[in-house]
Design a protein around this ligand. Sequence first.
Ligand code: ADP
Ligand code: MG
Length: 423
Amino acid sequence: MNYNKKTVKDVDVKGKKVLLRCDFNVPLAKDGSGVITDDNRIRAALPTIQYLLEQGAAVIACSHLGKPEPNFEKWAKKQAEKGKDASEEKWQKSLKELRMEPVAARLSELLGKPVVLADDVVGPDATAKAAALKPGEIMLLQNTRFEKGETKGDPELAKKMAGLTGTDGVYVSDAFGAVHRAHASTAIVADYLPAVSGFLIQKELEIIGGALAAPKRPLVAILGGSKVSSKIGVINNLLEIADTIIIGGGMAYTFSAAQGGKVGNSLLEEDWKDYANDMVKKAAEKGVKLLLPVDTVVADNFAADANSQVVKAGEIPDGWEGLDIGPETVKLYCDAVKGAGTVIWNGPMGVFEFPAFAKGTEAVAQALSETSAITIIGGGDSAAAVQQLGYADKMTHISTGGGASLEFMEGKELPGVACLLNK
Ligand code: ADP
Ligand code: MG
């Protein structure tokens, strides 16, 4: 995939209407009150928005929020499957809870200027408000997923969205968190407008794309998290690129079991044992150093206050489960990071949500913070772990897209990037 894409700096937007796809999919309070519990995604979009407004563009921002189901029949069917009743009124309420009002309000506060909110996505209200929008002004469309065509990548919907910009509009994508989806507003719309990236996507492409295409070596990849099955694509792709691959987290036990180790009650994917062995073989063939845990912290149950002890990898007693890498492994992994040119980290080393089992993850975070290597964190939980442990500002880059960064590291083409103009 070509990562060298035109950005907002490569196009003239003065006096033009810009359709800006953002990732405003912020977490909301569970009580349906519309309170935004973390506004980082809105803050992250500010540099691109401010730049466009300063350049004299009229900005028509849009985003999805949560997973509304715009088709009543489908919604009712899903409710029925969950054994819940499905009235029209309840459906309307579920949609209302995902309206963009809270996002518009927060965005307005952060920008210090009014944000016009449309009542629909491409309906009469959005059309009228877009037509009246002046240079230096910003409006926000309603939740793009209120339109049935959004997740289907419907060209008719994309065309209508593009049409909101008049005759000489521009499409800017800054929603890195959604670039792995070929939805109407994330990719298909680029068929109808000149399309460039905002600053957020530009940074993701430069840093992650750069590390994958021409890494500063040695490249060390640290892979953890819960399952082998969700990381196969990443392991496979990084085996082609990395000099060293470090395996931790829950998936290490499948590797251990595949080599004949005893893993007790640890997370184990029986069906992936052969695959784990293949990976070990492939690494050896390619001359990639593959490091597996040599010891592990085991618990007598999956709980924050479980009893724990350190045992050798592959020697987990019955009734115990591995929840973190052990101290010898921590030493081995931290040594492997020293002297790296680039470190890509995806997946925590243990159940970091329990403080007693966060030591491995924390030690790796600390090791990364102390290297002079380019350090890249991908994956939603890994980003959360680094933030929670207080190392966020010590990393070169924490990806803003969980699923998108995973697919990026798998070497997959990202539709929301592929659709942008090449430089
Ligand atoms: P990311 O979102 O960064 O890609 P994953 O979703 O693959 O990461 O994995 C994160 C989860 O893996 C965390 O919730 C963590 O608790 C879990 N995990 C890590 N190690 C273990 C383990 N040994 N046993 C069970 N779960 C684990
Ligand atoms: Mg995750």
